[in-house]
Design a protein around this ligand. Structure first.
Ligand SMILES: Cc1cc2nc3c(=O)[nH]c(=O)nc-3n(C[C@H](O)[C@H](O)[C@H](O)COP(=O)(O)O)c2cc1C
Length: 185
């Protein structure tokens, strides 16, 4: 089962179009987690204390761990996120904070090195950007570091279409080219 983590917001999202093209190419059943529909709990002290108690007791039956368990059990993960302020929408960071649970998505070795507990072999990261200046370190690069360093998922791939909002750019043509490269994959 593919887990489709959708951080797109706009109804006519170009990122969503690219992601749907990829899902069609992968041609497997998928479950969508639409981040704009999720109200994440405030990570205040009471929340963290309760969460730590449950993790310490390895009591993962609490619904607070449902998203983490779903992520850990997925065969493949597709993340769709527009490029926002050199990174991705804050809802995606909230999602990562929520699913990074020791004992579900990762654990630590006795030396303190994270060891992945996720089943997935691939993460596909789909992104579109308005401009052509799209350094990777705070967006795709961050997700890749998490996937490889925490979740134990080595194969992390980027699909993107950039420069869509530049004056005079033919956004549709750029998108079509990206979708074609996905279909040819
Ligand atoms: C809040 C916000 C921040 C953005 N920040 C950037 C940015 O830092 N760099 C950039 O090239 N485009 C930026 N953009 C433009 C979007 O990346 C671009 O329009 C993208 O294609 C939107 O994806 P969507 O069609 O899936 O919503 C930003 C757009 C929004 C709404």
């Amino acid at each position: 089962m593919i887990l489709y983590v959708n951080a797109c917001v706009r109804r006519d999202s170009r990122t969503k179009r690219l992601a749907e093209c990829l899902l069609e190419k992968l041609d497997e059943p998928f479950t969508e987690v639409r981040l704009e529909n999720i109200v994440f709990p405030v990570s205040n002290e009471a929340f963290l204390t309760k969460r730590d108690e449950l993790i310490e007791a390895e009591d993962f039956s609490n619904p607070a761990f449902s998203l983490a368990k779903q992520f850990a059990a997925a065969d493949k993960i597709v993340i769709a996120a527009p490029y926002w302020d050199l990174s991705f929408p804050a809802a995606l960071k909230q999602y990562f904070e929520h699913i990074n649970v020791r004992g579900i998505t990762f654990t630590y070795t006795p030396e303190g090195i994270p060891k992945g507990l996720c089943r997935a072999k691939q993460v596909y990261y789909v992104m579109t950007a308005g401009g052509d200046y799209t350094p990777e370190e705070f967006g795709f690069g961050y997700v890749k570091a998490l996937a490889q360093g925490y979740y134990g998922i080595e194969d992390v791939r980027l699909f993107q279409a950039v420069g869509l909002d530049i004056e005079g750019a033919d956004a549709e043509e750029i998108l079509q080219k990206s979708m074609e490269s996905i279909r040819q994959m």
